[in-house]
Structure formats: C-alpha cells, structure tokens
Design a protein around this ligand. Structure first.
Ligand code: NAP
Length: 285
C-alpha cells in the first residue's frame, strides 16, 4: 500500500453520511474499515472494493466490538490514519416527554460511543505519532433547537470533550475536527429519529413546532451528504484542518446568529458581571 494511502475507520457506514463518506473515500483510493451494526448492509462495498475495504460489525456502545474493530483495522491495514465518529441518532420531544432510558441511550451512542472509539484508537495514533479524529456533531451541538434538549446536549458534550482532547493530543501529532452539519438528506429524520415516549399538549407550540418542521423537511433537507463527504476528504488532506467545520448554509446562518447573540450578551453584562474578582489574583492578566 503506498504511504500516501490513508486508512479510515468510519462508524455508522450503513446509511447517510457514513455511507456517502465510505463510498467517497474508497473512490478516492484510500482504505476503509467500514463498520455497521448489521455488517451485511456493507456487502456492496466489499464486492466493489475487495482490496481496500473491510466490513466490520460495530455497535459503538459495545466496548468489546469497539476494541475488536480497532484490532481489525491494525491487523488488516497496519494502521489507522482517520477515525470518523459518525454513528449517532436524534431524539426529539420536550425534556419532560422523554423516557429515562431514551435519554441515557442517546448519550450512550452520541457521546460515550465517540468516547469509547477515541480511547480505543488513541494508543494506535500515539504510537504512529499522527492521526486525525473527526467527530460528527450537529449544529444543535453549538446552538440547540427546542425539541432537541437531550440530543443537542449529547452533541454539546461531544464538542466540549473534543475541544479539550484536541489540545491534549495536538502535541502528539493527532488532529481533531468537530463537524457541524445542518439538515442533510440522510435517514436521520426518517427511520433513525427516536420520538419521545409520551406527548404532553402543553409543548405543542414549542418542541411540537420543531417536530412539525422536521416532518415537513424530511426528504427535502438542503444538505447533500455526497458533497459533505468531499469536504471531509479535503479537510483530512489539509495542512491546517479546522477544529470546527460547519456544513451547509442553514448551519452557517445558525452559527453566526449564535455568535452575534453571545457577543451582544457578553458586552451588555461585562461591566457588572466581570467585577467579581479579588483585588489581586494570579489570573488578573
Ligand atoms: N442528517 C442530518 O441532518 C444531521 C445533522 C446533524 C448531525 N447529524 C449527525 O450525523 C451522523 C450520521 O447521521 P446521518 O444523518 O447519516 O443519519 P443516518 O442515515 O440515520 O445514519 C446514522 C448511522 O449511525 C448508525 N448508528 C446509530 N446508532 C449506532 C450505534 N449504537 N452503533 C453504531 N452505529 C450506530 C446507524 O446504523 P444503523 O443502520 O444500524 O441504524 C447509521 O449507520 C449522526 O451522528 C447525526 O447525529 C446528522
């Protein structure tokens, strides 16, 4: 295998972003450990790219399968250059409407799934002295939507963890990029979206409106996952990849609105709220 060929490990390769990215990376000539909870869904990749793809069963909440997937990557292709923590799903409804298990399961996949993968791959990346981790967050992981309290919180957690880990592993030659898509045409709103266990009429005008919005845009989301896949390949090949990569016009607008409102609020309250320090402190400057 030429040294310029990269080895990618992608979680959730069955549909959506994961499938588009797996296809694009293989077409690009790189190698992929394509993973899915039902690896038979990846058979078409194996038939079309027998030399450069390996299909592996992986539920990111299962630590045994997580470790086995990393071992398979190393035993098959000798290394891992890029880990894409793509597996994830939405949970929609008002906070009060969710079942207890629904909330914890969502964090198990969207947050701890990525944590599991990163902790398992880091010894490999450290020994190589290089690697790139892409964490698929969402615009809801930077500016949340009514109806996405728990899903957005899991993505906020993913972003917070990624910021710190990026600084911890940067000096070891390992890069981290948080990917923040707006609505893209995948199975996210369709078969993958989990709805709250209960419905309470009092939330019809708040989270209920957001659920209606999702139902309306299903199948006509503006984002094209094939185009996103090309951008991700570009980012991995870049000498200066971003910590945050915002994808699509909708996400850009939302991101900019949040930055403007944060700046406005910060400025408005600074005179009162910043004067809470002791007169002398080592952090004064
Ligand atoms: N599409 C959007 O509008 C959008 C926007 C922002 C962020 N995202 C994020 O993008 C990522 C990919 O979603 P998508 O839009 O491509 O939706 P998708 O088509 O529904 O794909 C989701 C993928 O995640 C996998 N998955 C779910 N739970 C898993 C688990 N425990 N272990 C392993 N795989 C698991 C699914 O596998 P199965 O086939 O087995 O279910 C599927 O391959 C998610 O993290 C999502 O939060 C999507």
């Amino acid at each position: 295998m030429p040294s310029s060929t990269k080895v990618w490990l992608i979680t959730g390769s069955s549909t959506g972003f994961g499938r588009s990215l797996t296809e694009a990376v293989l077409k690009h000539g790189d190698c992929v450990i394509a993973t899915a909870r039902k690896p038979e869904q990846l058979q078409d990749f194996v038939e079309r790219y027998p030399e450069t793809v390996k299909a592996v069963r992986l539920d990111v909440t299962n630590l045994t399968e997580v470790k086995a997937a990393i071992d398979t990557a190393v035993s098959t292709f000798d290394r891992v250059d890029v880990l894409v923590n793509n597996a994830g799903y939405g949970l929609v409804g008002a906070l009060e409407e969710y079942g207890e298990d629904q909330m914890r399961q969502n964090f198990e996949t969207n947050f701890f799934g990525a944590v599991n993968m990163i902790r398992a791959v880091l010894p490999v990346l450290r020994s190589q002295g290089q690697g790139h981790i892409l964490n698929m967050s969402a615009i809801a992981g930077f500016t949340n939507e009514l109806g996405f309290s728990i899903y957005g919180a899991a993505k906020f957690a993913l972003e917070g963890m990624s910021e710190a880990v990026s600084g911890e592993v940067g000096p070891l030659g390992i890069r981290v990029t948080i990917v923040e898509p707006g609505p893209f045409r995948t199975d996210f709103i369709g078969r993958s979206l989990v709805r709250a266990e209960h419905t309470i009429d009092a939330y019809n005008e708040t989270s209920g409106k957001f659920i209606q919005f999702l139902d309306q845009i299903e199948g006509s989301q503006p984002g094209d996952p094939d185009k996103a896949a090309q951008v991700l390949i570009h980012v991995v090949e870049s000498d200066h990849p971003p910590l945050r990569l915002v994808l699509g016009q909708y996400a850009y607008r939302k991101f900019q609105q949040k930055i403007q409102s944060l700046t406005h609020e910060l400025d408005e309250w600074e005179a009162i709220a910043a004067n809470t320090d002791f007169e002398t402190t080592p952090l004064s400057h």
